[in-house]
Write a protein that binds this ligand. Structure first.
Ligand SMILES: Cc1cc2nc3c(=O)[nH]c(=O)nc-3n(C[C@H](O)[C@H](O)[C@H](O)COP(=O)(O)OP(=O)(O)OC[C@H]3O[C@@H](n4cnc5c(N)ncnc54)[C@H](O)[C@@H]3O)c2cc1C
Length: 471
């Protein structure tokens, strides 16, 4: 199996690169160790298209963030991914924070972000009557979207345009041959002229497989709580606190989601496990306490779920040093492109990262346009699906939508793959009503084992009556 480019990692970055490269006549392969795309940081975040106001001007991060965020309206239109400008407020609660707001206004203007303004208390109250604060920096252009839908849509469109996508395929070794690379995986081996390392929190380990030892990623977990849609009217914009140096993130914020919930989080806690997605009692309580300071109307009874994502940090615990995205073709290993430390605003920057990587590859490969490239993803609109039996009552998901999710173009099969595609199970009852119905539908369509999120995550160990007979 010989390819021009192999992309390792089916997160938003890898899939954006795959789609970008599918504009050209190239033989492309994308590998991911998981049973579906969007299983890493790209499916576990705030879903915000940042404008770049929180990033130091002049950095690669700022450049790619600003360029990437400008591409979102067109990209989301082409891929059929919902996206909405709601604006972001960075809210000062104490006089001591006012200077920081003015400083951020200056930084944002320096980066060329035009639609920024300072709001006094009455102006803030007019926009957000329920929010506590004495002033705010308002960044009007910032938007929300569904991060996992974008990731899935990029992968589907890349596949539609000829990219081979192999899931459940973990890269375990990389060897330099004379003029190409050989990638050993737990599912066969593949060769290619270029390798793109977009393995997220594992990117330093993947670089090590190729003999590059200079990177180290420190995983930093961010936990979230999800508020019921009944709370949607409590805020109109994203609401952030004034950032604190050394916190490890942007501070615990309130983010309306494109689907009508509100997210509280993320926390920032360095952890050992790169995939330790646990949520923890003390942190969830802290999220509640801190969110109450911004939005006193929140009630514990409105929490319907919790989740966590892991940031790929290049700075050690306790350090407040700014670290930039590391994106380069390794000088000592031509053809090997590393993307390391792609933490926030990696989603917002992804479309621009993809173009940047395309330019690096164009230095070594002739990029002839793919005449069949179609930027539009084939997607059924929600309205077409609205009639028929309701399988998920909370999220109003019909049988037809669940079936479309089961028969998805990537062939990803698990309950989470279905949930991420049609939202069945994401509502107030968290699958209490729809889960048995979806399981029945899966049984009608396939004899394969039904898993929660891919191999090893068993849901059933046998039929109840047989188990009783055994005991
Ligand atoms: C808590 C949190 C909140 C965030 N909020 C925002 C936000 O609001 N806006 C924003 O712009 N950014 C945000 N970010 C940052 C953003 O989510 C990331 O920058 C982005 O998702 C990184 O994408 P990625 O494709 O590089 O990594 P990932 O999505 O982690 O993908 C890496 C992929 O590589 C695969 N992989 C790893 N090793 C191997 C291997 N050996 N073989 C095969 N496959 C492998 C993994 O399975 C995974 O699918 C947030 C991040 C976090 C953690």
């Amino acid at each position: 199996m010989d390819y021009d480019v192999i992309i390792v990692g089916g997160g938003v970055v890898g899939c954006a690169i795959a789609r970008e490269l599918s504009r050209y006549r190239l033989n492309l392969l994308l590998l991911d160790k998981e049973h579906d795309v969007a299983r890493g940081a790209s499916g576990r975040n705030s879903g915000v298209v940042h404008s770049g106001v929180q990033v130091p001007p002049g950095s690669l991060k700022a450049k790619l963030n600003i360029a990437g965020s400008k591409q979102f309206p067109k990209l989301c239109r082409e891929l059929g991914v919902p996206w909405r400008r709601v604006g972001k407020l960075i809210v000062a609660q104490h006089k001591s924070e006012l200077a920081k707001l003015t400083q951020m206004l200056g930084t944002g203007k320096k980066s060329g972000i035009a639609d920024l303004k300072l709001l006094d208390k009455p102006q803030l109250k007019q926009l957000e009557p329920h929010i506590n604060g004495i002033a705010a920096l308002y960044s009007q252009g910032e938007a929300i979207f569904s991060p996992y839908m974008l990731n899935i849509a990029l992968a589907e469109n890349a596949k539609q345009n000829g990219v081979h996508i192999k899931l459940n395929t973990r890269v375990v070794g990389i060897k330099r041959l004379e003029n190409k690379f050989k990638l050993a995986t737990d599912n066969g081996s593949y060769t290619s002229r270029y390798v793109v390392n977009s393995a997220g929190v594992w990117a330093d380990k993947l670089a090590q497989m190729a003999g590059i030892t200079g990177y180290r990623i420190y995983p930093c977990r961010g936990e979230y709580r999800v508020l019921d849609k009944a709370c949607a009217k409590m805020i109109n914009s994203m609401v952030y606190p004034v950032p604190v140096a050394g916190y490890g993130g942007l501070g615990i914020h309130l983010t309306p989601t494109i689907d009508g919930n509100i997210l509280i989080g993320p926390s920032a806690e360095y952890v050992k496990g790169r995939e330790d997605y646990r949520t923890t009692g003390p942190v969830l309580n802290k999220l509640y306490r801190e969110a109450l300071q911004l939005l006193p109307a929140i009630d514990r009874r409105d929490f319907i779920a919790a989740y966590a994502g892991i940031r790929s940090k290049l700075c050690r615990p306790g350090s407040s040093r700014f670290t930039d995205f590391m994106i380069c073709e390794e000088p000592k290993l031509k053809g090997f492109i590393n993307l390391v430390g792609i933490e926030s605003p990696g989603l917002s920057a992804a479309p621009a990262i993809a173009k940047h990587v395309g330019k690096l590859i164009a230095k070594g490969l002739k990029l002839a346009p793919n005449p069949d490239f179609n930027p539009r993803r084939k997607v059924e609109t929600r309205l077409d699906n609205l009639s028929g039996e309701l399988v998920c009552r909370c999220e109003q998901v019909t049988r037809r939508e669940v079936l479309a999710a089961i028969n998805n173009p990537l062939g990803a099969s698990s309950l989470s793959a279905i949930k991420y595609r049609c939202r069945a199970g994401m509502g107030r009852c968290q699958g209490g009503y729809c889960l048995p119905r979806i399981v029945d539908m899966l049984r009608e369509t396939s004899n394969e084992e039904i898993t929660f999120h891919g191999p090893g995550s068993h849901m059933f160990i046998g039929a109840t009556k047989e188990l009783l007979k055994c005991s």
